[in-house]
Design a protein around this ligand. Structure first.
Ligand code: NAG
Ligand code: NAG
Length: 473
């Protein structure tokens, strides 16, 4: 291989692997089983709409002669689907098997023979041993949402039994074969399309996947699928983009998702793995939007604190300030200068943020006189939890490190400001951050999905949410 081709290959590889998802969703057999229960209600409903056409004709019956007959108004009175199963078919989708199903119908019969004799009555039909099997393919539609379709459906009818009410016994033999044939025909023709119908009725629900979930005025999260769902022996796995974007300005962060793998788990219906990439794309989006900045004024500091944002307090550590700006209020501007970095270690979420802190004295005419600029490096620990359909959090300060970037008031010992800045972080900045984090970030969701029995674990490079779901309406 020539060098040029090798270089092209090298250039291409990161692009093709750039489709790593930021979020993974695993639907387990338990989840599928819940889906089966919901699905069977819908299939049962559909099968009740089977229409058996009226049957009429003439038939020679000896010794009576020509008999005109009609069977009409056949209505389904009951559909029973006592046995069904869903099985994962690796690489393909899901196989739905319904066995031992039964359908009961009621109808009217009518005959005319020997020119003048008319008779009528009703009948009950029972179809037993009905089996239906279909494969359900799971794919990604053009919007990156899952879509299902029924393929390879087959339905077989077991036995048909008829009970006539009224009429002579020979009628039974006459009708039996017509009814049997008409019924088998109608069922064979209608069952599979109705099942396909019930399956595709799922799609409007799947289309409610929040592929672009709005968070706030700054950010939204993209949850579209980056590749087709994969089906294994024990689960259906979805790969979602899981990327925060600055609203209106979809700028890609200068880093891409690393591959991660959800452990095989079976206790919950659904597992959602959210990577550190997703959290970091949030940091990138908010930082790019300029949302990670805050003016801190004295009124934000509790009255009880002896430390005030005044040139008097700061003057105690930096005499120049007291001398040049006596008796003034102060203001701090805290602004991140690069995206905060989030790391997930087992049971440990840490966020490192670098910010610039600019201190100003507020002149009586409201002009801000800059005093100094500090580099602030902080590390906070985050607790993360699921609240409703959102992922929320709260942080506490681990560590803070200050260095002087610029001073307009001469040299001073930056260390001397540690306690003031610690206080500002603890009583002003972190509570404000926590108010935001408590509002939470939408998780991928479909329709009116409720999470129950939810737990969250922080693992290396991702968080794993295990949950059962309930659909309400
Ligand atoms: C969490 O991880 C960070 C580094 O990633 C480490 O500094 C910190 O000590 C850890 N905290 C705990 C409680 O293990
Ligand atoms: C505000 O007051 C400061 C200090 O007295 C002065 O230097 C500055 O020029 C004033 N600015 C305006 C806009 O009046």
């Amino acid at each position: 291989m020539s060098l040029c081709c090798l270089l092209i290959l090298v250039a291409v590889i990161p692009m093709t692997s750039g489709t790593n998802p930021g979020v993974k969703v695993k639907l387990t057999e338990k989840g599928l089983e819940y889906g089966r229960q919901l699905g069977m209600v819908s299939i049962q409903q559909k099968l009740k709409s089977i229409k058996v056409p009226d049957i009429s004709g003439k038939q020679k019956v000896s010794p009576i002669g020509k008999v005109r007959y009609s069977l009409s108004n056949m209505q389904i009175v009951n559909v029973g689907l006592p046995k069904s199963a869903v099985d994962l078919v690796p690489g393909t989708g899901v196989k739905l098997s319904i066995g031992n199903a039964f359908i009961s119908l009621h109808g009217n019969w009518r005959v005319k023979y020997l020119r003048v004799i008319k008779d009528r009555g009703s009948f009950d039909l029972n179809v037993k041993g009905l089996t239906i099997s279909t494969s359900i393919a799971v794919k990604s539609d053009e919007t990156g949402r899952p879509a299902v379709s029924s393929v390879n459906c087959a339905a077989t009818v077991g036995s048909v039994s008829i009970k006539f009410h009224g009429g002579a016994s020979w009628l039974y033999n006459l009708f039996k074969k017509f009814v049997n044939k008409a019924l088998r025909n109608a069922l064979q023709k209608q069952i599979c399309p109705l099942v396909a119908n019930a399956v595709s009725d799922l799609n409007p629900h799947l289309k409610t996947l929040n592929v672009l979930a709005k968070v706030d005025k700054y950010a939204e999260i993209e949850y579209s699928m980056v590749s087709s769902p994969t089906v294994s022996k024990s689960s259906i796995d979805l790969s979602l983009k899981g990327e925060f974007y600055n609203i209106g300005k979809h700028r890609e962060p200068p880093f891409s998702p690393a591959a991660f793998y959800l452990p095989p788990q079976v206790n919950n219906m659904l597992y959602i793995g959210m990577s550190a990439y997703t959290a970091n794309s949030a940091g990138f989006a908010y930082n790019t939007a300029g949302a990670l900045s805050l003016y801190i004024t004295d009124d934000m500091i509790p009255q009880s604190s002896p430390i005030r944002l005044t040139t008097r307090t700061f003057g105690a550590f930096i005499p120049q300030i007291a001398k040049r700006f006596p008796g003034l209020m102060m203001k701090l501007l805290l602004k991140t200068e690069k995206a905060p970095a989030v790391t997930f270690e087992p049971n440990n979420v840490t966020i490192q943020a670098s910010a610039a802190v600019t201190a100003y004295a507020i002149q009586p005419n409201a002009t801000l006189s800059p005093l100094f600029v500090l580099n602030l490096e902080t590390s906070v620990s985050a607790k993360v939890f699921v609240s409703g359909m959102r992922l929320a959090g709260a942080v506490t300060l681990n560590k803070m490190d200050l260095t002087l970037r610029t001073s307009y008031v001469g040299d001073f010992q930056v260390r001397s400001l540690d306690s003031i800045l610690q206080l500002v972080l603890k009583v002003v900045v972190i509570p404000k951050v926590n108010v935001q984090l408590a509002k939470g970030y939408p998780l991928p969701a479909i329709g009116k999905m409720k999470l129950v029995k939810t737990q969250l674990q922080v693992l290396k490079d991702y968080m794993l949410i295990g949950t059962d779901v309930e659909f309400t309406g």
